[in-house]
Structure formats: structure tokens, C-alpha cells
Write a new protein. Structure first.
Length: 118
């Protein structure tokens, strides 16, 4: 189970490593879009946009519905929530480290003198 979760998380971070794919995810956050609409701001072919979307689909971030010749894409935010949960661990880590640094800096003689003047 843990290995599967690690693989899924790896796919999410891989998908989000590319700026074009991050921009596509941002656009999908505001609603469903066609492949043509997603490709348009990047001046890329539909084939290139489709390759990016396949990576996003593989990570579970995008769902594609085919209606005739039109491919409509929508965002599935669940994998983003899993990535955020993983990142939150490091937020707590850095907050703890920065609190220790703040305490150390506050203890320096020049900072104590400034605090006493205030």
C-alpha cells in the first residue's frame, strides 16, 4: 500500500514539475476545458497538448471525457490534496527550525539591547 502511494505521489510531482502542465492545472481549476482551449495559450499543437494531458491523466490530476471529436478535460483535485499533505510535513519541519533560529537571534546581545529600548 505504501509503495503504491509513493508511486502515485511521484507521478503527481513529476506531472507538476513541468511549467506547461502546472499552467494547464491552473486553468482547469476554474472549470472544464477542451484540449484546444488548453493548448491555445502555449501555441502548441493539439498532439503536444495531448501528451502533456496524458501525463496529468497518469497522475490522476485530469479526467478526460470524449464527446464526439471533442475532448473535454476536468481537474481532479484529490492527488493535489495528497501532495499537500506530504508537503505539510516539511512545513512543520521548517517552522520548527525557524522558531529555533528566531530564538537564537533574539538572544544575541545587539537584539536584546534593541528589545530593551523598545
Amino acid at each position: 500500500m505504501v509503495e503504491y502511494q509513493d508511486q502515485a505521489l511521484d507521478q503527481v510531482f513529476h506531472a507538476l514539475a513541468d511549467p506547461t502542465r502546472r499552467a494547464m492545472v491552473r486553468r482547469l481549476a476554474s472549470g472544464e476545458r477542451t484540449v484546444t482551449e488548453l493548448a491555445q495559450p502555449f501555441a502548441m499543437s493539439l498532439a503536444a497538448a495531448s501528451k502533456h494531458l496524458k501525463v496529468l491523466e497518469g497522475a490522476g490530476l485530469v479526467q478526460r471525457a470524449v464527446r464526439g471529436r471533442v475532448h473535454r478535460c476536468s481537474l481532479d483535485p484529490r492527488p493535489l490534496a495528497q501532495a499537500q499533505t506530504w508537503l505539510r510535513t516539511y512545513t512543520d519541519f521548517w517552522n520548527d527550525r525557524l522558531d529555533v533560529l528566531d530564538d537564537l537571534l533574539s538572544a544575541l546581545p545587539e537584539n536584546r539591547a534593541a528589545d530593551e529600548r523598545d
